[in-house]
Each structure stands twice: as C-alpha cells, then as structure tokens.
Design a protein around this ligand. Structure first.
Ligand SMILES: Cc1cc2nc3c(=O)[nH]c(=O)nc-3n(C[C@H](O)[C@H](O)[C@H](O)COP(=O)(O)OP(=O)(O)OC[C@H]3O[C@@H](n4cnc5c(N)ncnc54)[C@H](O)[C@@H]3O)c2cc1C
Length: 614
C-alpha cells in the first residue's frame, strides 16, 4: 500500500453508533438492542472491549449502589451526597436519574455472573461504605463486555475514532464519525443516525508525579485520552464545568485507592509526628469556603486541602495508619486483596519498597489532576435532562443529548452527575441509549447524510503525521530530534508541562491565577500550531498523535473554564490565587463553553444551578 494514496476506506452503516466500549459504552450498546430490536447497532473501540477502559484491570467495589430493595438509601439521598461533595454544583436531575436506575444495572451484573460479596448475617450485598458494595471484580469488564457483544450488530475493536461527521443537509446534526484501524491502517467512515460518545476521561493532560520510565503509572487509566471531550468540542457541543478537574489522595507511588481502607478497614491518617491534622485546618478552611466545611461527609476536595496544607506547613509526609487494622488477619487479607484485584501495581510497589502495611504506615500523596465526569468530579458535556424531572433550562430534546442534534453521551463524557462510577456509567449508557433509539424512531425515514468532501478531507488530515514523518525522517539531527516534525511523546511532555506550570498542577501545589492562565493559553496556542507537524513513525504512533490532539483540545477547554470562574470553588482540587475564596453570590452557577472550530474561538457563559431535591 502506498503511503500517500490507495489507503483502503471501509464504510460502516449504523443506526446507533457507540464510540468507546468501556462501562458506559457497553451499557449503551446493551440497551440500544433492548429498545431497538431491529436496529443496526455498532460499537467502535480503540482497544478491545473485553479489557478496555478504566475498569480494564478489574475493581474491588461497585461504588454506586443504592440498595433500594432493602431501603438502605433512596435516590434523593445520593443527590444530596453528590451535591455536598461537589460544593453545591451538580446537575441534580441527571444524578437523580442515574440513582433511580443504578440498582437494576447492578442486579444485571450479578445475573451475568459477576461474583458479589454478601454479608453472612443479613444476606445482603456486603457494604464497604454507604454507597459501595464489594465484589470479586477481576473479571468485571469481560462480563460486562459479553453482554454488549451479544447485543451489538457488530463491535469494531482496534479503531481509534478521531472526528465526528456532521450532516450535509442540516446544520448542527451529527451524521457519524471517522477513525482508523490501529493495526491495519484502514480508514473507517461510520455513518450513523445517532452517536453516543462513551470515550472515557482524561489522564496525562497534567504532568504526572511519575515521569520517565514510570510515566505510564497514573491513577486514572493512561489510555483515557480525552476523546470523550475533544470529539464533541470539535463539532461545537457545549461543555460544562471543565475547570472541575479532580485530584486524588492515594497511596504514594502506586496510586492505590484509599476508599476500602478508610471505609471498610477503618484506617485513618496522621502527619509525620503521629498527630491528627484535619481539625488543625478547620478555621482556615472555614475562612475560604464558609459552611461547606461543616457538611458531612466533609467534601473530598476539602480533605485534600487539609492534607496539602499540613504538608506545606512542614509536617509531611501524611501516612495511613494501617498497622492497627492489619493486626486482624481478616482485615489484612482484605487490604492486600483490595489491590491484587484492582491496582496490583500498589502491591508491587510496597513489596519493592519493603513496606508491609502490618508493620509500616504507608505514605499518602495527592495525584496530578484528571478530567472526568464519573468520579468525585463532573466535567463534561452539557446535556438535556430527563423529561419528567429536568427543569426547563435543562431540556431541549432527548435525555443525554448534547447541544448537537443526535449526539448523546454517557459516563465520563457527560458533565454534571458526579459519583456515578462504574455502575452509574453503565446505567447512564443505558439511559442515553433509550433516548437515542427514541430519537431515531422519531426521525423515521429522515436520515442524516455524511458529506464526502468532509470525510475525504479528514482522511488526509488523519494520516498526515505518517506523511510528516516519512518526509522529515532524513533530516534527523540527533537521535529522535528532527527540525521538521514533533513526535507525539515530545508534544505530550510539552502539554503536561504547560498545564502543570500554568494551569495548577502538582509543581505549583495546584495554584494558578489569571496571568498564569493567560500565558498558559498563549503557550497552548503555540503548541496547537506545532501539532500540524506531528510525525508518526507507525500506526501506534499515529494513535498517540491523535490522542495528543484530543488531550490538547480538552486542556484548552479546562484552561478557559478555569479563567472564567473567578473564585476557588474546590480548594484541594485547584486554587485561583487571585480569588482564593468561594463566592456563592456570583458563582453558584455552572460554567459552559462552546468552541468554534472555524475561528478557534471559545465562548463562555454561566448557567443556573437548579436545586430540585430539598
Ligand atoms: C484505578 C481506578 C479505580 C477505580 N475504582 C472504582 C471502583 O472501585 N468502583 C467503581 O465503581 N468505579 C471505579 N472506578 C471508576 C470507573 O472505572 C469509571 O467510572 C468508569 O470506567 C467510567 O466509564 P466510561 O465508560 O465513561 O469510561 P471507560 O470505562 O474508561 O471507557 C472508555 C472507553 O473508550 C475507549 N476509547 C477512548 N477513546 C477512544 C477513541 N478515540 N476511539 C475509540 N474508543 C475510545 C477506551 O478504550 C475505553 O474502552 C475506578 C477507576 C480507576 C481508574
């Protein structure tokens, strides 16, 4: 096959096109079949859905389960919890919608063979905390993927989607997507009536704590490359709360989650001198955020804040006190199994650093920031809400439809509904799919049409990094350095450095301000200019090149949102040094952005936060 011509184009027709076969994508694919028995349902995934996405390595707990059958919690309770944790700013309609459907999703997982832990006394699912239930989750993802595989007309693995396609006849209506097979190099044109974006969150937009040979070690999956945001942003879909990136307190170096330790093993933290420190920072935090510090549970960002302040005061490291709990053999087993089934790297790090948590209290640290819509944070696309409960400001069409017709999303893609996690993401995929099928049925025979000129133009754009490399490789001056192209890894490191130093990453203790953010945007602009000169040696590097493009666009969005919100709403996630306090008078609102691809300009606006649960 010639490099610059003759590349095969494969055309795929579908009614529903699901982009990304992670938790939300599997939910969307499964449910599309339930409502659309005779529809053509296609799922496209850049890896292989059997082991793709943030759940790839398995999980030890399902973090969102109401337990309505035993009256443990009601959906309203979950909305109150998420609202409190996000310092007041969540889309309550979306959160409620997930909470009322999530239990039935979990019951399906059990029916499909997921081994659940049960409480020997009550027979109920074993609780880890108020919302979490414990599972033997090593095979969580393959079990969920099997349901999607059986439901889909076809699953296309190993295809990275790079762009959405718009309808030729009706502006602001989606018509499909393009991408390339990361193994064969074939170009794919997917024609679709409705598209559901489920492409996960964004890691590696900020410089991680582990660099060099350890750079793949991040908390969120390193392959979560911001496509979920870039694809809708490119076509002008509105995004919300992109400044609400998350910082996690995790076990040092292995990023092992702390949830099971706090909730189930009842471990606790102390400073380097063995003292409790959170209460020391109470008055100081109250000055910044007022009554939010008195809420229960204390919002995640504020707990980070106390940890960061204690370290800045010179009393770090902060340690998790495991030595007491681990004297109980049952708890010791659970502590280790927690990582062996979910974050095996943490167990390996401890072994390699001579840390036995039975005898040594392991260090905690805060991660670099990530962007996602499914965890204790809710950046993502702005969407229409459920028709029975969403206020009119939040309704313009079908549930989970973005501001582009026919474009839906779920999981990390969607903003506003924090604390959905794996089960909530799958449930949201189902919700979006049901609405997408209704959309298709309402359209009837009227189908969107792709524009040949558009996808042919994109074909050239998509493969250009291969061409840049082929042309420029003879000009290499030393090692991998070329005057003609930028390698994806170098571009990624440049992006991470800009975001880290200017947009509140680890090296500035998450601090930024307007002058820094403004300069950050200038540097991102220069980086964007250079992305035209990305060089890809092979198809693997071509994928890296497009992941970088998506990360850069998402980063630009984060930076614009961070400039726009003139307050520090979530201390512990990031700080605006020029507006250090939370300001409920002016900023108890959502921030929305819209990108214009033609001009490269961003428009920002506020949207009201409606509280529909008391
Ligand atoms: C370390 C860790 C621990 C966690 N612990 C828990 C826990 O204990 N309990 C819990 O309930 N949840 C937990 N979560 C959260 C849970 O994994 C996420 O909430 C959930 O996976 C989000 O679902 P999603 O479908 O939005 O994204 P994902 O499941 O990440 O799926 C996104 C999919 O899109 C694909 N994709 C991305 N870009 C493209 C593209 N351009 N083209 C084609 N395909 C693409 C990806 O390969 C992936 O398969 C944890 C996550 C991590 C990382």
């Amino acid at each position: 096959m010639g490099l610059f011509g003759g590349r095969k184009t494969v055309y795929v027709d579908s009614d529903v096109l699901v982009i990304g076969g992670g938790m939300a994508g599997c939910g969307a694919t499964y449910e599309s079949r339930f409502w659309g028995r005779d529809l053509n349902i296609v799922c496209v995934e850049k890896a292989n859905i059997d082991r793709s996405g943030a759940v790839a390595q398995g999980l030890y707990a399902i973090n969102t389960y109401m337990g309505m059958q035993w009256d443990e919690n009601q959906p309203e309770d979950h909305v109150r919890y998420a609202r409190n944790d996000l310092m007041g700013l969540v889309r309550e309609d979306l959160g409620y919608d997930i909470a009322r459907h999530v239990d039935s999703t979990v019951h399906k997982f059990e029916e499909w063979g997921l081994p659940m832990m049960t409480d020997p006394e009550t027979g109920r699912y074993q609780r880890e905390g108020k919302w979490q239930i414990m599972i033997h989750g090593e095979s969580y993802k393959p079990i969920v993927a099997e349901a999607a595989r059986k439901a889909a007309s076809k699953v296309y693995n190993r295809i990275m989607v790079t762009h959405l396609l718009m309808d030729k006849t009706k502006p602001n209506r989606v018509a499909g997507a393009v991408g390339f097979n990361v193994r064969s190099g074939d170009f794919y044109v997917f024609r679709a009536t409705a598209v559901i974006v489920c492409a996960g969150g964004a890691s590696h937009i900020y410089k991680p704590r582990a660099v060099g040979e350890g750079m793949g070690r991040t908390w969120y999956a390193p392959w979560s490359s911001a496509s979920a945001y870039a694809l809708p942003i490119q076509v002008g879909a509105k995004m919300m709360q992109m400044e609400n990136r998350i910082v996690l307190t995790r076990f040092k170096d292995g990023y092992g989650p702390v949830g099971a330790y706090f909730l189930h093993l009842k471990t606790y933290t102390e400073n380097a001198y063995g003292n409790e420190y959170e209460s020391t920072w109470y008055d100081h935090t109250k000055e910044l955020v007022g009554d939010y510090i008195d809420r229960h549970p204390v919002p995640t960002c504020l707990r980070n804040h106390a940890l960061l302040e204690e370290i800045k005061a010179g009393r770090g490291p902060i340690r998790m006190v495991t030595t007491e709990a681990f004297q109980d053999p049952h708890k010791e087993t659970v502590g280790w199994e927690n990582f062996l089934g979910m974050t095996i790297g943490q167990a390996v790090v401890w072994a390699s650093q001579n840390i036995d948590p039975k005898h040594t209290n392991p260090e905690l640290t805060t991660s670099e920031p990530y962007v996602m819509g499914s965890h204790a944070t809710c950046s993502g696309a702005w969407s229409s809400g459920p028709e029975d409960i969403a206020p009119s400001d939040y309704q313009w069409g079908y549930n989970r439809m973005m501001t582009v017709d026919g474009l839906f999303g779920a999981g990390d893609t969607m903003g506003g509904a924090a604390h959905k996690f794996s089960s909530g993401s799958f449930a949201e995929g189902r919700i979006a799919a049901k609405a997408a099928v209704n959309y298709i049925k309402d359209l009837g025979k009227e189908k969107p049409e792709v524009n040949e000129a558009e996808y042919e133009g994109l074909k050239k754009t998509v493969f250009k990094p291969l061409e840049n490399y082929e042309v420029g490789r003879n000009e290499i001056v030393a090692g991998t350095v070329s005057p003609s192209y930028l390698l994806p890894l170098h571009g990624l490191q440049r992006l991470e450095k800009i975001m880290d130093e200017y947009v509140g990453g680890i090296s500035s203790n998450y601090m930024t301000n307007e002058p820094l953010l403004t300069r950050g945007l200038e540097l991102l602009d220069m980086l964007k200019e250079d992305l035209d000169h990305l060089g890809a040696e092979d198809l693997h590097q071509l994928q890296r090149a497009w992941e970088l493009q998506h990360r850069v666009l998402a980063s630009e969005s984060v930076t614009h949102h961070t400039i726009f919100r003139k307050e520090t709403r979530w201390p512990g996630y990031y700080y605006r040094g020029d507006h250090m306090k939370l300001d409920d008078t002016d900023w108890h609102c959502f921030t929305l952005s819209q990108y214009d691809q033609e001009s490269g300009k961003w428009e920002l606006e506020k949207a009201p936060v409606h509280h529909i649960i008391d």
